[in-house]
Design a binder for this molecule. Structure first.
Ligand code: AMP
Ligand code: MG
Length: 411
């Protein structure tokens, strides 16, 4: 049996990022950037007003106050989207809206709130007045957004190999990037093996259970930037297992992910079939839950066989499959949110590296950890109630209340 760490190293060295594809910006949320993005333009592209108000020469209004207002004539109206055409001379101004280009001659904007045009009772706010009275001084550059103050031409704005966040789509749109080069989503084909399994829609006969792993695994794969495809339930016989594995190869899977049938049961055929037409790198890892976990390839396509028990399958996914899929997806530097927490109860372990379902909460600036319910690897509720996996290192058989434990956040 190999350690979790060795298993992970062996497994990760077999995965490489998939190819790239070009997609519409509107479809790129959550996709992983293939190339870094450099700006071909300045942002803002032109110097513009940050307020609705009046473009002025600051020198004309530098000494103005509430008691000593100044009146300026208005020579032009500049809504957003219009190019100004009149150069400002002494004591002239132009009405300007937020985002509109600053006219030549002007070096500041007076917000409308600081003029007699605010809160107009008698005249329509929308008419262009012949003149305005200004009640407040402004200095050079006030209320002006300079060309390039946000992003400079040729500046790198996004780095490759990270998933696109909503705000990043905004800057890509601003830069005029309608097509984005991203990694293809790796195709992960899911098989559930077991004669006792039926899909969730089918009522149970005695002895049967609903396939739960397929649903959890699909959702985990989606979360991790993969493209899951559930092929269905495979019967516990060699022919059926082989047929499904071949189908997964034909469908160009980047990874075949099965659950169950990889242990030492009399009807566990998955390993045998993988070995008959591929290689098995390992099939047991010194961990709990999830010892029977297989990794290899079938006809050259990477294969991971997770244990059947739903909690074991979940933990096996988090420990091994997630890093593999993230690597396929092009993501580098996978963050795993880990914190140190203090146990409030004694915990027994069996010397294997253990991933126990726990609840952690903050109390007086300290993270406190306890286990959720019964830790049997088939007990799904204890997983549903958990917000962390508490990691007991290999070689440790018990931890006393008060000891520090590593916790992986699940939420
Ligand atoms: P096995 O690895 O085939 O010995 O299965 C171990 C346990 O996991 C058995 O109790 C199975 O019924 C259960 N099991 C296997 N596959 C699934 C599945 N897809 N969903 C829920 N339970 C499963
Ligand atoms: Mg089985």
């Amino acid at each position: 049996m190999i350690s979790v760490n060795e298993a992970l190293q062996r497994l990760l060295s077999s995965f490489h990022p998939v190819q790239s594809e070009s997609i519409l910006l509107s479809e790129s949320a959550g996709r992983v950037l293939y190339e870094g993005v450099k700006s071909e333009i300045d942002l803002p592209l032109f110097t513009n007003s940050s307020m609705d108000g009046f473009a002025v020469r600051s020198i004309d209004v530098s000494k103005v106050s509430k008691n000593h207002p100044v009146t300026l004539s208005i020579v032009e109206d500049i809504p957003a989207g219009k190019i100004p055409s009149i150069h400002l001379e002494e004591n002239q101004s132009s009405r300007i809206m937020t985002g509109a280009p600053i006219p030549s001659g002007a070096d500041a904007v007076i917000p409308v709130e600081d003029t007699d045009q605010y809160d107009l009772k008698s005249r329509s706010y929308y008419d262009l007045p012949p003149a305005i009275t200004v009640y407040r001084a402004v200095g050079p550059g006030d209320y002006i957004r300079d060309k390039g103050e946000d992003v400079k031409k040729n500046e790198v704005v996004l780095h490759a190999n990270s998933p696109l966040k909503p705000q990043e789509l905004g800057i890509l749109a601003m830069l005029g990037k309608a097509q984005i080069s991203v990694y293809r989503r790796p195709k992960i084909i899911i098989l559930s093996t077991g004669d006792e399994l039926v899909p969730v829609e089918v009522p149970l006969q005695s002895g049967q259970i609903h396939d739960s792993n397929a649903y959890t695994l699909s959702a985990l794969i989606e979360r991790d930037f993969g493209d899951p495809e559930y092929l269905g339930i495979v019967s516990d016989n060699e022919d059926s297992v082989r047929e499904f594995l071949i189908t997964a190869v034909v469908k160009s899977a980047d990874l075949i992910l099965s659950s169950a049938g990889v242990s030492v049961g009399a009807f566990d055929f998955v390993r045998t079939v993988v070995q008959s037409d591929g290689n098995l790198n390992f099939w047991r890892v010194n961990m709990r839950p999830g010892k029977p976990i297989a990794f290899g390839d079938f006809q050259g396509v990477p294969f991971i066989g997770l244990p059947g028990n739903p909690v074991s399958a979940f933990v096996g996914y988090e420990v091994f499959v997630r890093p593999a899929i993230l690597k396929l997806s092009g993501i580098q530097d996978v963050p795993r949110y880990r914190i140190k927490a203090k146990l409030i109860e004694d915990i027994e372990s069996d010397g294997r590296e253990s991933y126990l379902r726990g609840i952690i909460h903050l109390k007086n600036d300290e993270w406190i950890a306890r286990l959720t319910g019964h830790q049997g690897s088939g007990n799904l509720l204890s997983l549903v109630q958990a917000n962390a996996l508490l990691i007991i290192p290999s070689g440790v058989k018990s931890l006393a209340a008060g000891a520090e434990v590593d916790a992986w956040l699940l939420d």
